[in-house]
Every structure is written in structure tokens, then in C-alpha cells.
Design a protein around this ligand. Structure first.
Ligand SMILES: [Zn+2]
Length: 382
């Protein structure tokens, strides 16, 4: 009989092992698009732990099918291997007083480690009438990774996926149920430039770029119901010297929304702004760096079943109430395809996306109990 006591005993048994996986993985650098070494570690771990059919796909996802049969609907569960840090050298890791300090430790290393040990328990104790599961250590969740790993999985398995779960974040009762879509751009302005004295009066690329930024910041963000829409210029550069009329200047610009109509309105405004500048004779180059879709319509009944399940697991295991949130996660892709998808964490810590990030080590066993409860609840509810 699989029950809560079994989950608790297993979580206790594997605490040290899970910690060790966290330590090992944290030290392996893995910026988006360079997850090779982490992927290799995960693949070897799954093979050593009795999973036979383990592969790394061309997007560097480690794909681990459990009980997958032809034409059977699939549940996908993933945690990502990449980090926001560009470092290619081994990352520092410090442990003290029950905490592990390391960049990327909660986002998403600890969640991945919990996924690994729970997938093993699940495989060794398959429920009767178990459905097909795809466990994935996926690539490219962060920033300019642009969800490449998840896109590849959803392209491969597409409409065969009936539910999708992403393990991400260091909060166990916050459940992401809505996608924040975004478009990200690099915009380069080019002008004739010249000598600051001799060619005074020529157009200055920095001045043009600044005017464009000014225009971006005049937009009144669209609103629909309780939607939230934002924009940001996050980086600028350009020019040659103090006595040169700048020939080139560039910026990185993004807008986001949890409502797809609002996102579309922002896109219209953006395109219109670019066209206005182009029609004044300035050369404007636009490179799209990222495109994350918003949620589409999702069958409310099926979606509720999934949301209720995590709500009940969190209440049962941790005694906490869940709250729902919008965010940009791997769930953006399945949600944009109308597939019920949720994202939650199976660890506790702080400081994601900073070098001061840390994990509360003992939270791994809470995460393990939560995830096992969720996995078996999923099968028992069919
Ligand atoms: Zn993450």
C-alpha cells in the first residue's frame, strides 16, 4: 500500500542523497544553451537508477519516459537544468547552519533533484492502471533560452500531452496557473553621424534612440479585466566618443502581459513606433530576442481538476493554503496550446537570480513528500 507514511519514510531515506545531487549539479555551470554537462549528469543518474529508456534530445532535454505506451495520453513533468548565470567555470557552493548557498540552487537545481528521486520512487512503485509519464530535465527555461527545451518537448509530443507540470521556484504553496507572455527585442538605430563640430546638425543615433525610448514610455498600457501589462528598456549602449555625432545606438526592450489581447495591443504600438522612425529616414534594425506566448482558452473542467489536485496535496502534506499567480515559466508553452498546466516549487529558499541565492536544506524532504503525494493523487483520481 502506498501511503503518506511510505512517502515520509522515503523522503527521510533520500534526504542525504538528494542533497548530494544538489551539490553535484550546482557545481556544474549551465547557462541557457550550454546545459550539456548537467544533461549528461542527469542522464547517467537516471541510467544508474534503473531507468532504461533515457535520452538527450537536440535541445539538450533529458527525456525519461515512465510507463509510456503508444497513443496513450501523457503527463509531462519537468524541472530545468539551465541557470541565469553566464559562468562557464565551476560555481561556488557554501554550506552552513542547514543552508546551501549557491547560484541557481533553488532555481532550479533543488526542484530538479527532488523530481529525480521522486521519479525513481514512482517508477519502482507504479500505481495500478498508471498512465504515461514523461519526466524531463529540460534546457533553456531562463531569459534568452526562450523556453527552447519546453518548446521542443511540446512540439514532439504535442496534443498527446493531457497535463503539464513544471517544478520551479522556491515556494511550495504558490501555484502558477496563468502565463505571462512577453516579446523581447534588440533595437539598433543607425544614422550618418559625423564630427561633433564639423558636421553639427547631422542626426545623432543616441538622440534618435532616446526619442524612441521617450515614446515607448508614453504608452498607456492596455487593460482588460484584472490584466497586468508592463514594459521596460533594460539596457542601452552606443556612440563612439565625446566629439563624435553617434552613428549607432542600441537598446533592449521588452513588454509583457498576462492577457493575450493586451500583448497584441502592445505589439501593434511597438510596430507603429518603429515604422514612425523608419519613415523619418532613420535606419532601425529590430531583432526579436524572445517571444513567450500568453495562455489560450483551456477547458475549465480539466484545468480545475489539476488545480484542485495540487491544492489538496499542499493542504494534506504542508497544512498550507495555495494561492494562484501569473508568471513566465515553461508552462507558457502548454498553456498557449490550451493544455492544463501548473508550476510550483518543491523546496524553500531565497534569492533566485542572484549570487546570494540559498536553499533551506531540510525543505528537500518536504518537497519530496509533497511531490509524491501529488504524483499518486494524480493516478488515483483517474
Ligand atoms: Zn526557474
Amino acid at each position: 500500500m502506498i501511503n503518506t507514511e511510505k512517502f515520509a519514510a522515503y523522503a527521510k531515506d533520500v534526504q542525504a542523497e538528494t542533497e548530494q545531487i544538489v551539490r553535484d549539479l550546482c557545481k556544474i555551470p549551465a547557462p541557457s544553451h550550454h546545459e550539456e554537462l548537467r544533461a549528461e549528469y542527469c542522464k547517467n543518474w537516471f541510467l544508474k537508477n534503473g531507468f532504461s529508456d533515457v535520452s538527450i534530445d537536440e535541445a539538450l532535454n533529458v527525456v525519461v519516459p515512465v510507463n509510456v505506451k503508444d497513443n496513450q495520453p501523457l503527463t509531462v513533468m519537468m524541472a530545468h537544468t539551465d541557470t541565469v548565470f553566464p559562468d562557464m567555470e565551476p560555481m561556488p557552493l557554501v554550506e552552513e547552519n542547514g543552508f546551501i548557498h549557491a547560484p541557481g540552487v533553488t532555481d532550479d537545481t533543488a526542484n530538479l533533484a527532488v523530481l529525480m528521486v521522486c521519479a525513481r520512487f514512482f517508477k519502482e512503485n507504479l500505481p495500478e492502471q498508471c498512465g504515461g509519464w514523461l519526466f524531463v530535465a529540460n534546457s533553456c527555461e531562463e531569459g534568452l533560452g526562450n523556453l527552447k527545451g519546453c518548446r521542443k518537448i511540446m512540439k514532439t509530443y504535442g496534443s498527446g500531452v493531457k497535463e503539464f507540470i513544471s517544478l520551479d521556484s522556491c515556494c511550495m504553496n504558490r501555484v502558477v496557473t496563468q502565463a505571462v507572455g512577453s516579446h523581447r527585442y534588440k533595437i539598433t538605430v543607425k544614422t550618418e553621424g559625423g564630427h561633433s563640430f564639423g558636421n553639427f546638425g547631422n542626426r545623432n543615433a543616441i538622440h534618435v534612440l532616446a526619442s524612441m525610448i521617450d515614446l515607448f514610455y508614453t504608452v498607456k498600457v492596455p487593460v482588460e479585466g484584472s490584466s497586468k501589462t508592463t514594459y521596460n528598456v533594460g539596457l542601452i549602449s552606443g556612440g563612439t566618443s565625446v566629439n563624435t555625432i553617434a552613428q549607432e545606438a542600441e537598446m533592449m526592450y521588452e513588454y509583457r502581459s498576462d492577457n493575450k489581447n493586451c500583448l497584441a495591443k502592445m505589439e501593434t504600438f511597438f510596430k507603429h513606433t518603429i515604422e514612425t522612425f523608419r519613415s523619418s529616414g532613420v535606419e532601425v534594425l529590430v531583432e526579436k530576442l524572445g517571444d513567450r506566448p500568453c495562455s489560450a482558452e483551456i477547458d475549465p473542467e480539466r484545468f480545475t481538476v489539476l488545480r484542485e489536485r495540487i491544492k489538496n496535496s499542499v493542504k494534506e502534506v504542508l497544512g498550507l493554503d495555495t494561492f494562484e499567480a501569473s508568471s513566465s515559466t515553461d508552462c507558457n508553452i502548454p498553456l498557449s496550446m490550451g493544455i492544463p498546466a501548473i508550476c510550483f516549487g518543491v523546496c524553500r529558499g531565497k534569492g533566485a537570480h542572484t549570487r546570494e541565492e540559498y536553499l533551506e536544506t531540510a525543505s528537500l524532504s518536504d518537497g519530496c513528500r509533497l511531490l509524491l503525494d501529488f504524483l499518486y493523487r494524480s493516478e488515483n483520481q483517474k
